[in-house]
Design a binder for this molecule. Structure first.
Ligand code: DAH
Length: 357
C-alpha cells in the first residue's frame, strides 16, 4: 500500500495497528480501537476523508485509493478480531456454566507403604500368630556381634575389607553385613530369662550393607528378615514345618519348600531353601530359569557355639534360624527385573506395584 501521500501521524498509527489490535483483550477495548481508526468523527479515517476533500484535483485519485486501502485493512482487521473475541467470550461463558460447585474436589494423591516394607510387614504378620515378636538391631555393628558371636572364623572371607564396610581399620565397628547379629544381641539379652520364658522366638527385619557394585541384582544396601526360634528338642522338622507354613501363608496354599544342604558357620546343619516358583507353579519359567524352584532363604539349626557365646547351654537348648533376602523375594514375586527400581522411588513404578492410589 502506498503511504507516501498519507500524513505521517496516520502512517505511524497504521504501522502500530496490528499490535494495537492484538492487544485489544476484550470487545470493549476493540470498540475503542474501532472508534479511533474508523469512527464517524475524529477518527483517523474521518481525518483522511477531510484531507481528500481539500486535496488538489490531480492527487485525488491516488490519495483516494490509498485511503480506501487503509480503511479496508482496518475494517477487516477489526472484524476478524471481533470474531475471535466473541468466540472466546462464548467459550468462557459456557465453561462458567459447566462449573458445578456441588461436585467434590479431586482427591489429592495419597502416599502409601513402600513395596519392600509391605513385604516385610506381611512376613511379620505371618509369624506373629506363631508367637514371634519383632526385634531390631543397630545398622552399625561390632565385629563381635556381626562375626564372632556367629561362629564366623577370623579368616573368613566375609570379614575382609573387600566385602564389608568398616568404619576405621581395627576399630571393630562396621555396617552389619546381615541381620544375623540380631540373633547374638537377642540371645545375650534373654539368656538370663530363658528358663522363665520357656524359649525365644523373634523376627528381625532390617537393612544390611555389603561392598557390592550397583547393578540390576546388587546394591550396597539391601534388606533381610532374620528369624529365630530356640527351645527344647528343636530339630530340622520344626524348621521345615515352620517355613513351609510361612511360605504358604505368603505365596498361597500351593507353595512348597525344598531344602538343599549348604554351609553357614552359625548353623549346623545348614540349608538353602527354595520355594516352588510362585509365578509358574513349578512348570518352569524365566524367573526360576526353568528349574521350577527359586532360592529365597538361608537356614539351619543354630550352631552350639552361637548358643554358648550368648550364655545359653547348648546341651539343654537348641533352635533354628533363617534369613530371607527381601529384594530378591520382592523382585521374584513382582517380576521386577532390576533391583534399583525399588530404590529410585519413581512414582510410575510404585503405582504399578500397587503402592500409590
Ligand atoms: N546371614 C546369611 C546371609 O546373609 C543368611 C542366613 C543363612 C541366615 C542361614 C540365617 C541362617 O539365620 O540360618 O547370607
Amino acid at each position: 500500500m502506498d503511504l507516501t501521500l498519507i500524513p505521517a501521524d496516520v502512517a505511524k498509527a497504521h504501522q502500530a495497528f496490528a499490535s494495537a489490535l492484538a492487544a485489544a483483550a476484550d470487545l470493549d477495548a476493540l470498540m475503542r480501537l474501532k472508534g479511533e481508526y474508523v469512527g464517524r468523527e475524529g477518527s483517523h479515517a474521518a481525518g483522511l476523508m477531510d484531507l481528500l476533500k481539500t486535496a488538489p484535483k490531480e492527487q485525488k485519485r491516488e490519495l483516494g485509493a490509498a485511503i480506501n486501502g487503509l480503511k479496508n485493512a482496518w475494517e477487516e482487521g477489526l472484524k476478524a478480531r471481533q470474531v475471535e473475541l466473541e468466540a472466546a467470550k462464548k467459550r468462557a461463558a459456557s465453561l462458567a456454566s459447566q462449573w458445578d460447585p456441588d461436585l467434590p474436589p479431586p482427591l489429592p494423591a495419597r502416599g502409601a507403604q513402600h513395596p519392600l516394607n509391605r513385604l516385610m510387614d506381611r512376613l511379620v504378620d505371618v509369624f506373629r500368630p506363631l508367637g514371634y515378636h519383632v526385634e531390631e538391631g543397630p545398622e552399625t555393628e561390632t565385629e563381635a556381634h556381626n562375626f564372632d558371636g556367629l561362629n564366623i572364623p577370623e579368616d573368613h572371607p566375609a570379614r575382609g575389607s573387600a566385602d564389608t564396610f568398616y568404619f576405621q581399620e581395627h576399630s571393630g565397628q562396621l555396617l552389619r553385613t546381615h541381620t544375623s547379629p540380631v540373633q547374638v544381641r537377642v540371645l545375650k539379652r534373654l539368656a538370663p530369662r530363658i528358663q522363665e520364658l520357656g524359649g525365644i522366638r523373634f523376627l528381625a527385619p532390617g537393612r544390611v550393607y555389603r561392598k557390592d557394585e550397583i547393578d540390576p541384582t546388587h546394591s550396597p544396601m539391601f534388606h533381610q528378615v532374620e528369624g529365630m526360634l530356640v527351645g527344647h528338642g528343636i530339630g530340622m522338622h520344626h524348621l521345615k514345618g515352620t517355613l513351609s507354613y510361612a511360605m504358604k501363608a505368603l505365596f498361597g496354599p500351593g507353595a512348597e519348600v525344598r531344602f538343599r544342604p549348604s554351609y553357614f558357620p552359625f548353623v549346623e546343619p545348614g540349608a538353602e531353601v527354595d520355594v516352588r516358583c510362585p509365578l509358574c507353579g513349578g512348570a518352569g519359567c524365566r524367573v526360576c530359569k526353568g528349574s521350577g524352584w527359586v532360592e529365597i532363604l538361608g537356614a539351619g539349626l543354630v550352631h552350639p557355639n552361637v548358643l554358648s557365646y550368648a550364655g545359653i547351654d547348648p546341651t539343654e537348648w537348641s533352635g533354628f534360624a533363617f534369613g530371607m533376602g527381601v529384594e530378591r523375594t520382592a523382585m521374584m514375586v513382582s517380576q521386577t527385573p532390576d533391583l534399583r527400581l525399588f530404590f529410585e522411588n519413581d512414582q510410575r513404578f510404585l503405582k504399578a506395584m500397587g503402592g500409590l492410589d
